[in-house]
Ligand binder design. Structure first.
Ligand code: 5GP
Length: 185
């Protein structure tokens, strides 16, 4: 595939194109919009990987909402989850009594979202649902209900459309499999 980004040379292949992403985000947004009619949820973006998905999804949601942001770290610069979840930036608002929709880039082991779900329940959220761009069920280590998912993908390390390796590749408009030569040095 021809494109202007030299970073594409570090990809083994493109897994999901920008057009496929846009089509699927619109589809999932329709389902979410149907489910949240009459409600005003707090829609939480999990930084930084979900930023692109959050921005595109939000513009398709057809109900009043408020936004908030949370940053969690579990990876460092490796491609394998450490299983240790650290809260780097908390929400700005109180979510007690509120419906909360958590927007995430990818569910892998499930540790991050399982931590967030428990934490939000403890804070008294009226409901907590999860919308993820990607779901990698093969690597799940904890049971987790994913309410909305755009793509179920096989076990591969992917980058682009917000997802990084060592903070790079977030700006690629498509999602691709990172070539192992980049992280096995
Ligand atoms: P979990 O806690 O479910 O194992 O991991 C969730 C986080 O791990 C995601 O938010 C994401 O930051 C990171 N992650 C998991 N799989 C991948 C992947 O294939 N590519 C990238 N770039 N990050 C991933």
């Amino acid at each position: 595939m021809e494109n202007q980004f030299s970073q594409y040379q570090d990809l083994e292949k493109i897994m999901i194109t920008r057009d496929e992403i846009q089509t699927q985000v619109k589809e999932v947004a329709k389902r979410i919009s149907a489910d949240y009619q009459g409600k005003t949820p707090v829609v939480v973006c999990i930084l930084k990987g979900a930023v692109m998905f959050f921005a595109d999804l939000l513009r398709e949601l057809d109900f009043p909402l408020v936004t908030d942001f949370m940053a969690i770290s579990s990876y460092g610069s490796s491609t394998k989850s450490t299983g240790v979840v650290k809260l780097v930036k908390d929400l700005d608002r109180d979510i007690c009594g509120r419906d909360v929709l958590v927007v995430e880039d990818i569910v892998d082991s499930g540790m991050t979202l399982s931590y967030i779900k428990k934490e939000f329940a403890q804070r008294g959220a009226a409901s907590v649902r999860i919308a993820t761009l990607l779901d990698k069920p093969a690597r799940r280590r904890v049971e987790l209900d994913v309410d909305y998912s755009c793509f179920v993908i096989p076990d591969a390390f992917v980058v682009g459309y917000g997802l990084d390796y060592d903070e790079k590749y977030r700006n690629l408009p498509d999602i691709g499999v990172l070539h192992p030569r980049i992280y096995t040095k």
